[in-house]
Design a protein around this ligand. Structure first.
Ligand code: HEM
Length: 495
């Protein structure tokens, strides 16, 4: 044998040895990792390499929310150890423990846990992703802006956008063309946000190609990149950090950062002062309380989703739609025919329709917390270690027959004030807006927008399901926010 071939054989041998050692090391590492919940003494779901218990979300066959809901439905345990890829996480099913985590023991779970890196992505510096002292400061700075008094002051702007929605939908009335409600509702909510947040008159009804709409859609777009990014940011933040992933596409981020910058320059240069959120942000910035707009205004997507699902359910249930219409007529008769902040508040049945929609179709089906201080699981000896991600299946809890009788049925009356008398979080868990000190800051604004949109639609028109809806809705398997494949297509009749 020649010296050359001996050398070749020896290097092949070395390569195989290294490969073998590598495989054995990975095998034992993963085996140890997958024994985590067994060691801690928590019941768990047997994982598979490399995606743990969530292969379908990673392979984009199902949304993470739906896969987590399946895990929720197939278990009866109060808590269940799961593996989000290789990472051990804890699914908490029991409302008492959920309440303990979100409220009573907030100091051990004050982190939402999502990955965000403001060094590679300036938009990651927003309140949604901030933690600790930075989050606390920003929350206390922004909270007053979302109080009832401020919402009342904004009402006319929101109502004006509602008027444009009503007018726009009129062109479909008594024609063969159906209206795609999710898209049209997105025009409305984008108009609202661009007016109240930036003081800009972006009329998406006149200009559906508006950049605001385009970039907003791009953030929630169920593209391969977005899904991998959002799934990893929630399921395995450590891996997302290692890969230095961005939370938002550079193009989207540049657009929003540039909009804020230009608007700021315009106001300062021209001494423009308006009664909107943006003005308040300028004041806070000038007093050194904040550096930039730290709110993620793209919350409009969830409101437009809620409007479209509510309109779907009311079209499917004509008697409930008629009840909602009668409420509008009766309440407006007592308020000089005016849609106002007060008359809107008096529409209790429509409020229940919105709550029931948000129960059945929560825009975000998953809620997360990261353990920031070791925590003893109630009624066990198990210690949940710092760093562990807590997963709550909003969709699972809100369609669990244990808490909601006939959960697949749209029954707004379960949210009536009479029905709610003996209800609390333990016997009727509702997590669409989250809970505890990190509850959604824009919940009241979000619900107000949804209500204004729905009242304007029902006031003038009657809606019926389009022919495409002769079979049950199918939901997008990849999207972060829940939406129906093919949209919500409704026939419109003038009243
Ligand atoms: C129907 C509409 C909306 C839904 C369903 C919704 C839902 C949520 C949920 C589930 C959270 C996480 C809460 C938690 O972790 O406990 C959240 C947080 C948040 N939402 Fe909303 N949201 C909506 C509209 C809005 C609007 C219109 C705004 C304002 C522009 C907004 C601003 C925020 C902020 C700032 C946070 C972070 C709060 C914090 O970490 O302290 N949301 N939202």
């Amino acid at each position: 044998m020649s010296a050359v071939s001996t050398e070749k054989m020896s290097s092949t041998y070395t390569l195989f040895t290294i490969l073998f050692i590598l495989i054995v090391t990975v095998y034992f590492y993963v085996r140890k990792l997958f024994c985590y919940w067994q060691r801690i003494g928590v019941p768990f779901l047997q994982p598979k390499f490399p995606f743990g218990n969530f292969p379908n979300s990673i392979l984009q066959k199902m949304s993470f929310s739906e896969e987590l809901q399946n895990v929720y439905n197939n278990s009866t345990e109060p808590v269940l150890g799961i593996y989000t890829t290789l990472k051990p996480s804890l699914l908490v099913r029991d409302p008492e423990i959920i309440q303990d985590i979100l409220k009573a023991n907030f100091s051990s779970f004050n982190h939402r846990g999502w990955y965000g890196n403001d060094k590679v992505d300036p938009m990651a510096g927003n309140i949604l992703l901030l933690n600790g002292e930075k989050w606390r400061q920003m929350r206390s700075v922004f909270s007053p802006a979302f109080q009832i008094g401020k919402l009342r002051a904004m009402f006319d702007v929101i109502n004006g956008c509602g008027g444009s929605l009503q007018k726009f939908v009129g062109q479909f009335a008594d024609t063969e063309t159906t209206v795609e409600m999710r898209e049209v509702a997105a025009y409305f909510t984008t108009n609202v946000i661009s007016s109240v947040a930036f003081g800009l008159d972006v009329d998406c009804f006149a200009n559906p190609k508006s950049e605001f709409l385009k970039y907003g859609h791009m953030f929630f777009d169920a593209s391969f990149k977005n899904i991998i990014r959002s799934n990893l940011a929630i399921m395995n933040p450590t891996l997302a950090e290692f890969l230095r992933l961005r939370f938002t596409d550079k193009e989207v981020c540049d657009f929003f950062v540039e909009t804020v910058k230009l608007n700021l320059e315009h106001r300062e240069k021209n001494n423009v002062s308006r009664k909107d959120f943006f003005q308040m942000l300028i004041q806070l910035r000038n007093t050194g309380k904040i550096q930039d707009d730290g709110i993620d205004w793209r919350g409009y997507e969830s409101a437009s989703t809620a409007i479209s699902f509510c309109m779907y359910e009311l079209s499917k249930n004509p008697k409930l739609q008629e009840r909602a219409y009668e409420e509008i007529v009766n309440v407006l008769a007592q308020h000089d025919g005016q849609i106002s902040f007060e008359s809107m508040n008096a529409m209790k049945f429509i409020e229940s329709c919105i709550d029931e929609t948000l129960r059945m179709h929560p825009p975000f089906g998953v809620l997360t917390r990261k353990c920031t201080k070791n925590y003893k699981l109630p009624n066990t000896n198990a210690i949940i270690e710092e760093g562990t991600m807590i997963m709550l299946s909003v969709a699972g809890l809100q369609s669990d027959p244990k808490y909601y009788e006939n959960p697949e049925q749209f029954s707004p009356d379960r949210f009536s004030s009479e029905a709610m008398v003996d209800k609390n979080f333990l016997n009727m868990p509702f997590l669409t807006f989250g809970e505890g000190p990190r509850v959604c800051l824009g919940a009241k604004l979000g619900k107000l927008k949804v209500k204004v949109g729905i009242v304007h639609l029902l006031q003038r028109y009657k809606f019926e399901l389009g022919d495409v809806h002769n079979k049950p809705l199918k939901f997008h398997p990849k999207s972060l926010v829940k939406f129906a494949v093919g949209g919500i297509n409704l026939k419109v009749k003038a009243r």
